[in-house]
Design a protein around this ligand. Structure first.
Ligand SMILES: Cc1cc2nc3c(=O)[nH]c(=O)nc-3n(C[C@H](O)[C@H](O)[C@H](O)COP(=O)(O)OP(=O)(O)OC[C@H]3O[C@@H](n4cnc5c(N)ncnc54)[C@H](O)[C@@H]3O)c2cc1C
Length: 445
């Protein structure tokens, strides 16, 4: 199998080098290969490896289609997802937001994936398109000539470091964010300082029919946090709590105890997992949201979490990884054809992309400020479709902006405006903030 390809096959130069083989790295490299570029991808882990980020949203359909992943997804055993549903702090359930009702097209059905399997499928798919993808190869440093990136220094497991040259370097290294960290580009979000603890249950409650695969977002009674409830195949449900970092990790006694205490605050979750068996230990992360001040520079470009990370409330991470990968690949391919790999060319998609992420960010912040989907659609039934557009990830158009004024009309008059992302602190000035991921024994990142 191609994934066993030896490290001795690594070439000394490529058109494009991609760091990281998650959804962003696989997407950018597959689209580049479709454009006829020669791509070398370096992934430090050996797949399959654990990753969080299991609920897809419908707009992933278009990128999955473009990179020929759709038939594979349709043949897969991943649970089909048709809707998202909210349960408020007093246990009141909103009607499900069925994506199909808003857009009667096959794109309205998406999936709940197990990321170790999904990411491996994506990487194999990249290989099938001609990408030279190597696992157990750590990209250690970016090579520069002046300010221009010209390649990477890699460390294949078990052998010595070497240099690989490229006309363009794509950083798809996820939250490791190699270039963002080296260049001090990270700005922590000024309001979204959350953490998460999660585990997996077998035999937990599942709805039936088209509701079986619904993502549920369930608020805790104190309104400080919310649970995700993501049904997966083999009768497993991923159940995690997200809350302000301080609430989850300061003055609390261990992840298991904290998780149990949060479950107590959410009777709808307690009921659902009441007869289930926990099949893993506890996972925890600080998912401080952040964004890079730059999307690109001369000879380099950032995609996926290596560019920015938004609170996972609406399951937008994989969509943003896929979409940024696609947009960056088109900009790179065009640049290579024109002989222009400048910052302006490689990053020409960044502004519009950020506007889309800002829409999702606003919806996230409104929820944390008390926005209720149920109340909103009761008051503005004609906007149910537009809110659903945002939930499916249709973010990159100002058509959806008509929801904001009605949403504001429901806010108390003294509500403070949401600060923009760039009002946050530069990571270089906030040494105490770091992303960490705690895994149970026996689980590899
Ligand atoms: C608690 C939580 C819940 C989430 N829930 C959802 C959800 O339900 N739905 C959703 O869509 N998203 C969700 N996300 C977000 C999602 O996990 C990410 O947005 C997504 O994985 C980003 O993909 P990526 O390819 O950019 O990065 P990754 O998937 O992290 O891939 C990066 C890859 O780069 C490799 N790498 C890192 N450094 C190097 C290096 N130096 N050299 C070589 N390789 C390297 C890593 O091993 C990794 O495989 C969630 C995130 C969190 C924290």
């Amino acid at each position: 199998m191609d994934s066993q390809r030896p490290h001795s096959d690594i070439s000394s130069d490529y058109d494009v080098v991609v760091i990281g083989g998650g959804p962003a790295g696989s997407t950018v490299s597959t689209v580049l290969a479709q454009h006829g570029c020669r791509v070398g991808l370096f992934e430090r882990e050996r797949f399959p490896r654990f990753h969080i980020g299991e609920s897809l949203i419908p707009e992933t359909y278009w990128v999955l289609k473009r990179i020929d992943m759709l038939p594979k997804m349709q043949r897969s055993h991943f649970v089909k997802k048709y809707s998202v549903q909210f349960v408020n702090a007093s246990g009141k359930q909103s009607a499900p937001f069925y994506f199909w009702d808003n857009k009667p097209h096959e794109c309205s059905q998406t999936w709940q994936v197990v990321r170790s399997e999904f990411d491996q499928m994506m990487l194999e798919n990249a290989r099938e398109h001609g990408v030279e993808a190597f696992e157990s190869v750590h990209a250690v440093e970016i090579l520069h000539e002046g300010e221009r990136a010209v390649g990477v220094t890699i460390q294949p497991t078990g052998s010595s470091r070497r240099e690989v040259r490229a006309k363009v370097v794509v950083d798809a290294s996820g939250q490791a964010a190699l270039i963002q960290n080296r260049r001090g580009l990270r700005v922590w979000d000024p309001v979204l300082n959350k953490g998460a603890i999660w585990t997996y249950w077998e035999g937990a409650y599942r709805d039936t029919g088209r509701d079986e695969g619904a993502t549920m977002v369930l608020q805790t009674a104190d309104r400080h946090g919310w649970f995700w409830y993501i049904p997966q195949h083999n009768d497993i449900v991923s159940v995690g709590v997200v809350a302000p970092f301080d609430d989850l990790f300061k003055r609390r006694s261990g992840h298991e105890r904290t998780y149990d205490e949060e479950v107590e605050k959410c009777p709808a979750v307690k009921q659902r997992i009441g007869n289930a068996r926990r099949v893993t230990g506890y996972f925890a992360t600080r998912d401080y949201s952040y964004r890079s001040t730059e999307v690109a520079g001369d000879g380099w470009v950032l995609v996926g979490d290596a560019f920015q990370f938004l609170d996972p409330l609406y399951s937008s991470g994989v969509l943003l990884a896929l979409k940024s990968g696609e947009l960056a690949a088109d900009a790179i391919a065009e640049g290579l054809q024109k002989g222009d790999t400048s910052k302006a060319q490689l990053g020409r998609w960044g502004e519009n992309f950020n506007e889309g992420v800002d829409r999702m960010r606003r919806l996230v912040c409104e929820y944390y400020d008390g926005f209720s989907f149920g109340n909103f659609v009761r008051k503005y039934p004609d906007l149910r479709g537009t809110i659903t557009d945002l939930l499916i990830g249709d973010l990159f158009t100002d058509r959806v902006d008509k929801v904001w004024a009605p949403m504001e009309s429901l806010n108390p008059p003294d509500k403070t405006p949401i600060p923009p992302w760039h009002a946050g602190t530069l990571a270089t000035e906030a040494a105490e903030k770091v992303n960490t991921l705690v895994l149970p024994d026996g689980v590899r990142p």
